[in-house]
Design a protein around this ligand. Structure first.
Ligand code: XMP
Length: 504
């Protein structure tokens, strides 16, 4: 196995695991206080101690199992992780209320951890406490102007600490530092998502055997890839695609055309009328979400009864979801109805989640190997409740049609201009207000359509995309020309926070 990352509560822990995997080293995250036996069960070749908000002087400061420290396994402590190492090996960490935050430059650095990184090195700092004296035999191997002990090494040359954060992009050579650590530790770097496809297939086969598996396909990359995996594994399965009438133009056809030829047993459930009538007259966004979630479960339940029994339900849960729900039980429920979560227990499914250990970009890699077309594989995220939360207020068939056409024009224009992959998510929002305009000699009243395009890493925060003015101009012209119900096009220039990405 590769690397165990012990989590002491840093907001960057997931990034550490991700960077290590990008470097080809398999890594998993365990809570910082995990007992040694459990750590050892993963047979790690190295351990990383993450940063965290605590001070080593806090009476209840989280600490690693002491047996780890004497195990001889190479360790890298990051920020609080470095302070823990120094403190536990007998050095001194001084408490401070002053925070060093932001970019700094290493004025000095040496040794194998910095191999190949001569010259000035920018690093990202975010700490208050600081190491002021080292355990016996240890060495300071880097310094910044403010921080004379910015990195440390133990006398064996197998334990290191860095006060800065090599895992964030603001430390431009951070990945090289992590790579050096992996090399020093002798961690194999052969983890490639493409290569794990066959082990995923074997695992699924073994898990379900000859039993039948049910799964919901939303058209997103995770569920489509999951369906493909089951098909490739030769497992008996039924993939259910619920057309709730809130999909984008051509979406359903695209999914059907992508999955069926690749052997996915896909059933499309026509439920447009049912959803639209349940949503009639509803204007409150949360109410819309609730209704859609409820109807979705009902439809799914009906299929399960009709076509069952299905001992297994497959879900496209990803590693960040697992971590999120383990660390913060509240966080998981925000996402339930998005991916067929919250199905009633009476259905008695056994869950299988083959992607539990994968990040989204790794799933995209798996998808590529399995042959999922790029239009789906690299598609922007789309919310479970679909266009329902992109029509402000009541949803009607007419509004849906207007929005679908405008949205398709915007997305097509992004693709043509080569901008589609530069933005993280882009879509149109229909504001059902009529504003005035003139066409020829007559006044015309039309809807307002807002264009939304954002850049983001994970959707948690986002910036509005600086799309070229000429491009926006063309999109506005095309939409008003081709969709006469639209009288005005505006561009949303709000970031998240304070706004959210969606308008509802
Ligand atoms: P917000 O609007 O919260 O969106 O900034 C962040 C990301 O989540 C998506 N989103 C949803 N996804 N069900 C979903 O499956 C929802 O109810 C929902 N609301 C927002 C949104 O599209 C963006 O990618």
């Amino acid at each position: 196995m590769g690397v165990v990352v012990l989590d002491f509560g840093s907001q960057y822990t997931l990034l550490i695991a991700r960077r290590l995997r990008e470097l080809g080293a398999f890594s998993i995250i365990l809570p910082g206080t995990t007992p040694w036996e459990e750590i050892q069960a993963h047979r790690p070749h190295a351990v990383v101690l993450s940063g965290g908000p605590a001070s080593v002087h806090d009476p209840d400061a989280p600490r690693p199992d002491p047996r780890l420290l004497s195990s001889g396994i190479p360790i890298l402590g990051i920020c609080y992780g470095m302070q823990l190492l120094v403190h536990l090996f007998g050095g001194e960490v001084a408490r401070s209320d002053r925070r060093e935050y932001g970019r700094a430059d290493l004025v000095r650095h040496e040794g194998p951890l910095f191999r190949g990184l001569e010259g000035e090195l920018g690093v990202w700092m975010s700490h208050s406490d600081a190491v002021v004296s080292l355990p016996r035999g240890w060495k300071a191997i880097a310094a910044t102007q403010e921080c004379p002990i910015a990195a440390v090494a133990d006398p064996t040359g197998r334990i290191f600490g860095v006060q800065f954060h090599p895992e964030v992009v603001h430390t431009p050579k951070g990945k090289e530092i992590l790579r050096n650590f992996l090399e020093i530790a002798g961690v194999a770097r052969n983890w490639r998502p493409a290569e794990i496809v066959s082990s995923l297939i074997e695992k699924v086969k073994k898990e379900v055997g000859r039993e039948r598996v049910l799964l919901g396909v939303s058209g997103g990359v995770d569920s489509c890839t999951l369906a493909l995996l089951l098909a490739k594994a030769g497992v008996e399965h039924l993939a259910v695609f619920v057309d709730h009438g809130l999909l984008r133009e051509g979406e359903r056809e695209e999914v059907v055309q992508a999955l069926r030829p690749l052997g996915v047993n896909l059933r499309v459930v026509e439920a447009q009328k049912r959803f639209l009538s349940a949503l009639r007259g509803v204007t409150d966004p949360e109410e819309k979400r609730k209704i859609i979630g409820r109807e979705f479960i009902r439809v799914f339940e009906e299929v399960a009864w009709e076509e069952g029994p299905f001992p297994y339900l497959a879900q496209g849960t990803l590693y960040p979801d697992v971590i999120e729900s383990a660390g913060n039980p509240g966080a998981a429920t925000i996402k339930t109805h998005h991916n067929v979560g919250g199905l009633p227990e009476e259905l008695g499914f056994e869950l299988i989640e083959p992607f539990r250990e994968l990040f989204k970009d790794e799933v995209r890699e798996v998808a590529r190997v399995l042959g999922l077309p790029d239009e789906i594989r690299l598609r922007h995220p789309f919310p479970g409740p679909g266009l329902a939360v992109r029509i402000l207020g009541e949803i009607t068939e007419e509004r849906l049609q207007v929005l679908r056409r405008a949205d398709a024009i915007f997305i097509q224009a992004l693709r043509e201009a080569g901008l589609y992959r530069d933005v993280w998510q882009a879509f149109c929002v229909l504001i059902p207000l009529r504003t005035v305009g003139v066409v020829g000699d007559t006044r015309r009243y039309g809807y307002v359509v807002a264009l939304r395009a954002v850049t983001s890493v994970d959707g948690m925060t986002a910036d509005w995309a600086r799309l070229p003015q000429e491009f926006l101009d063309q999109v506005a012209r095309r939409i008003t020309r081709q969709v006469p119900e639209v009288g005005r096009v505006v561009y949303d220039i709000t970031s998240k926070p304070p706004a959210t990405i969606e308008w509802e």
